[in-house]
Design a protein around this ligand. Structure first.
Ligand code: GN1
Ligand code: MG
Length: 355
């Protein structure tokens, strides 16, 4: 079947090698080698992305803007098919796209050094900064309410009433803890109405595996652009905190290994604010640490909701997988909260060092 898709690009079956690639939870990804060149082939999950054409359109708009204003910027966009389409449709599997594999690029699943956290944060900050003149509202909404915590909480409440009763019973402790942190939602409601919070072109999935690095660990570009939409800075800044601060990932079962590495926080702050300081308002910067709590809380809720709904969204590699992920994220939230005032001081210190 994949060979049929590749034929649309003029890639012939018997000369190509295809192997599964990466660890994304939503789309399926393969690396294709053909004729001395390498490509990334992806099947877009159309249960999640209901309108794949929206993604393709957004990528074209962004590519055109960046090409015009910042021709040096590396923006990885899909390769057109032989008949100039940006995707290939298969009536069983849905939409596919082919991207160039950036030569000599490397990705990481867990941040191996704070210098890489700095370089990644810089890449995400640069992406939003370069697009500050681009009309964010002209982008299609590829996933409505993606980082709308209010909606995530409603979906959680629905799962509590309609989800699997045995799982609800078993997850009691996690459910109680989620409830205790409801003030994070209240603060988000305030943010939505605060004039100091602006929506900008936001990546919405700033995990380390979405940055390409060169051999020396310099950031080359950001990838996985399906969720690029207008959004708040807390999404991008917060997801870096969620995924770079702890030495272990959201998959870790041994919760005692979860901790907050201050040096990595300093790296995110200086990398991101180094690019974005002049774009952000005072109140936004004051919410830098909140951002990490917001994203971690939302991810805990999303994993738990999915667990109660029998893993229909994220899937599960073993029984209770999404409950394990939930406990992992709750622990991370607890560790973050314990260090909140220290981290806040680090932000103030960094901002003062700039003036
Ligand atoms: C999903 O597919 P992937 O791994 O890039 C999810 C993110 C979550 C992440 C958790 C569209 O991202 O929001 O943070 O899993 N993307 C979507 O690992 O739901
Ligand atoms: Mg993603």
């Amino acid at each position: 079947m994949l060979f049929e898709i590749l034929a649309a690009y003029g890639i012939t079956a018997d000369e190509a090698t295809i192997r599964p690639f990466g660890t994304g939870l939503i789309n399926n990804t393969w690396k294709v080698s053909y004729n001395g060149k390498e490509y990334i082939l992806q099947c877009i999950n159309h249960h999640v992305f209901k309108q794949p054409a929206f993604i393709a359109e957004n990528l074209n708009l962004l590519a055109a803007y960046l090409h015009r204003h910042f021709p040096e910027y590396l923006f990885v966009k899909p390769i057109p098919t032989l008949d100039q389409s940006s995707m290939v449709y298969n009536n069983i599997h849905g939409y596919f796209r082919l991207l160039p594999f950036v030569t000599d690029s490397y990705t990481y699943e867990v941040v191996p050094a704070s210098s890489l956290a700095f370089n990644a944060a810089r890449q995400f900050g640069k992406f939003t900064r370069l697009l500050s003149g681009f009309p964010a509202e002209s982008l299609n909404i590829t996933l409505p309410d993606f980082h709308n915590l209010s909606l995530r909480c409603q979906q959680f409440e629905i799962a509590l009433s309609k989800g699997d009763p045995a799982r609800i019973e078993e997850a009691k402790q996690a459910i109680d803890t989620i409830r205790q942190y409801k003030y994070i939602l209240d603060q988000f409601e305030d943010i939505k109405h605060h004039p100091g919070f602006k929506t900008r072109v936001t990546h919405h999935d700033t995990k380390i595996s979405n940055v390409l690095f060169d051999k020396e660990g310099n950031g080359l570009c950001v990838i996985d652009l399906d969720t690029v939409m207008p959004g708040y800075f807390i999404s991008d800044f917060g997801d870096m905190m969620r995924t770079y601060l702890s030495p272990v990932s959201e998959e870790e079962k041994d919760l005692s290994l979860i901790s907050i590495r201050e040096e990595y926080f300093r790296a995110i702050v200086s990398g991101y604010l180094g690019e974005m300081r002049s774009e952000l308002s005072t109140v936004e910067i004051e919410h830098a640490v909140y951002a990490g709590k917001f994203m971690t809380y939302m991810q805990a809720i999303r994993f738990l909701t999915d667990h109660l709904n029998k893993d229909v969204y994220y899937g599960a590699k073993y029984e209770g997988h999404n409950l394990v992920r939930t406990h992992n994220q709750i622990t991370l939230l607890q560790r973050l909260t314990e260090k909140e005032s220290l981290l806040n001081k680090m932000v103030v210190h960094y901002v003062e060092s700039l003036v």
